[in-house]
Design a protein around this ligand. Structure first.
Ligand SMILES: NC(=O)c1ccc[n+]([C@@H]2O[C@H](COP(=O)([O-])OP(=O)(O)OC[C@H]3O[C@@H](n4cnc5c(N)ncnc54)[C@H](O)[C@@H]3O)[C@@H](O)[C@H]2O)c1
Ligand SMILES: [Zn+2]
Ligand SMILES: [Zn+2]
Length: 381
């Protein structure tokens, strides 16, 4: 069939909305009509090149080219057709995307760590999960799909392992947000940082991810939630999502948190700026108190290997630094769980959407993200 998708042809380019050819689903695959796709910063890392495998590594590991690539890994839609052997969804079902697939069988899935599923390893490689061949084509090119999803496409074909059935009555824009930003931010604060009642939590970078770390920290019972962002709009909104204080920079946060905690500093620091640079760790670790935890959620340029961490303090003050993908949640349990909290009015989702865009307006949407105008921009199809 023919459909329309936003394609990236290389680093530094704009998204180009193209008519593409889409093959029917093969064994274990599903054709989904997308209804909503979130403009997460992670797709922007493909535009800037921060998350593109460098050429020397690509050659070393004999990886195919990254581009052309259909973007999008946050999304929700409706199942149109299923391939042979698909058992978890049927046509008409509403589904959330999951940017990490869950096979249910690997060492990680079988120990409650679906966010580390072995099948996630090829997320940035071309081809479908099961047979590495492409269903998406344009002018003789096989198109890669971001995180094996490609939610910036009116229709897409994905593995059954990459989608999760959700209740039909939920707005698909809300389902879309939970599929990456909400789960990642909320899980960073609640699951990975392990925020407990009475904690002081600092969240650095208040975008689609950080705002949900703020709301997760509040739900976990934090005493102080300090939201750090240079943009006034983000700081104002953070107060509506549960922040108790806001400051404009890490440099301002250090004396502020020192005074607020009588020098004890934060129990949890969550790093969710648009790009994670190594030098940000110096301030992040100063904000992290004795026995405290710093969670790094934001994506650093792939080649970044240096970071300003005082290793003496790390050991002697017993601090910990933790990475996280998908907020260390299990997509099959936690996407429906977060949606049930939304249904009960405990989790704010609709309020995260600053603006919606058509697929053709995708570059405007990303410009608004760069300009800091959106908590989250969402494409509605
Ligand atoms: N680990 C994961 O599984 C995962 C999943 C999704 C996204 N991410 C990453 O999380 C990060 C945030 O994504 P997003 O969609 O929320 O981005 P965003 O662009 O919507 O928001 C980033 C915010 O950080 C602020 N900021 C930038 N530099 C700052 C600094 N030095 N101090 C304080 N604030 C700063 C910006 O003003 C902006 O408000 C990105 O790197 C993204 O790729 C990680
Ligand atoms: Zn994302
Ligand atoms: Zn697995």
């Amino acid at each position: 069939m023919k459909t329309r998708a936003a394609v990236l042809w290389g680093v530094g380019q704009d998204w180009k909305v193209e008519e593409i050819e889409l093959d029917p689903p093969k064994s274990g695959e599903v054709l989904v009509e997308m209804k909503a796709a979130g403009l997460c910063h992670s797709d922007e890392h493909m535009v800037t090149g921060d998350m593109v495998v460098p050429d020397d590594l690509r050659q070393l590991f004999e990886l195919p080219d990254t581009f052309p690539l259909i973007g999008g890994h946050e999304g929700a839609g409706i199942v149109v057709e299923v391939g042979p052997g698909v058992t978890s969804v049927k046509p008409g079902d509403h589904v959330s995307a999951s940017f990490i697939p869950s096979c249910g069988r690997c060492r990680y899935c079988s120990t409650g760590r679906q966010n580390l599923c072995d099948l996630g390893a090829g997320a940035l490689n071309r081809g479908q999960i099961l047979d590495n061949t492409s269903r998406h084509h344009l002018d003789g090119h096989d198109l890669a799909i971001m995180a094996k999803l490609g939610t910036f496409s009116q229709h897409t074909v994905v593995s059954e392992m990459s989608i999760i059935k959700v209740d039909d009555d939920l707005p698909l824009t809300a389902v879309c947000l939970v599929s990456c930003g909400v789960a990642t931010g909320w899980g960073s604060a609640v699951e990975r940082a392990g925020t407990a009642a009475g904690d002081t939590v600092v969240v650095v970078g208040i975008g689609g991810i950080g705002m949900n770390a703020v709301q997760g920290a509040r739900m976990a019972g934090a005493r102080h939630v300090i939201a750090v962002d240079p943009l006034e709009f983000k700081r104002e909104k953070a107060m509506e999502f549960g922040a108790t204080h806001t400051v404009a920079s890490i440099d301002e946060a250090i004396p502020f948190v020192t005074q607020l905690t009588w020098g004890q500093m934060a129990d949890r620091v969550i790093m969710t700026p648009g790009v994670m640079y190594g030098d940000l760790m110096k301030g992040a670790m100063t904000l992290t108190g004795k026995g405290g935890t710093c969670v790094v959620t934001a994506v650093a340029p792939m080649t970044q290997t240096e970071s300003a961490v005082n290793l003496f303090e790390l050991a002697m003050w017993q601090k910990e630094i933790k990475g996280t993908i998908f907020g260390s949640l299990n997509p099959r349990r936690d996407i429906p769980n977060l949606l049930s909290m939304y249904r009960e009015g405990q989790l704010k989702l609709d309020e995260l959407i600053t603006k919606t865009y058509s697929l053709d307006e995708i570059n405007d949407g990303y410009q608004d993200m760069r300009d800091g105008k959106n908590i989250r921009g969402v494409i509605t199809f």
